[in-house]
Write a protein that binds this ligand. Sequence first.
Ligand code: DX5
Ligand code: ZN
Length: 229
Amino acid sequence: MPIDRSIKIAPSILAGDFADFAGECRAIEAQGADWVHVDVMDGHFVPNITFGPATCAAIRPHIKGTMDVHLMIAPVDPYIEAFARAGADIMTAHVEAGPHIHRTLQAIRAAGVRPGVAINPGTPAAAVGELLDLVDLVCVMTVNPGFGGQKFIHSQIAKIAELRAMIGDRPIHIEIDGGVDTTTAPLVAAAGADVLVAGSAVFRGGSAAAPAAYGANIAAIRKAAGAAR
Ligand code: DX5
Ligand code: ZN
């Protein structure tokens, strides 16, 4: 079955107000977000800590659409059930997070969640070659994971195009995460990406109480990406 390859904007609540995730999720969806991107960090796989399954479960009722959970944790397997129970629609694990990513992706599918696989900037596209039959999404990190607001790494664009060719007509989304804004969105869209995660570029200038800037930011990224297709 062909999938929807239209541009989807997935704001990362990492750039939102940690004291009001509920309000932030409602605000970004009302302002046109397609998915809500949720960054889970463990202070071990990446040098930063955010939150875990309890927080995901708490925000789930405030998201109408897709909750896209990006696991920057190692190990992954002991926590799959908990994130599935928390209501993740998509659960993305890193190829670098352990020796058994194939098993991890099978376990995510078995838990009733759509599996995604993420690769760091230092990891080649070929690292997911044997995994494409297991996943619904490949996430290309265009920054080193751990923090929002970093500079987009341009060398990743060729990798996106390579992945797009590898995927062919398989029903797999290509998601880009890190440094996406109106300048970089066209580059990744032209290379074949369809899901654009954006933290700082969506949340800047707005708040849950005054969310119009979120809408303008989302629309501007979508327009820039769409024009490059
Ligand atoms: C980085 C996270 C990203 C991050 C993106 O480790 O996975 O989702 O929040 O933030 P920006 O868009 O600010 O680079
Ligand atoms: Zn992310």
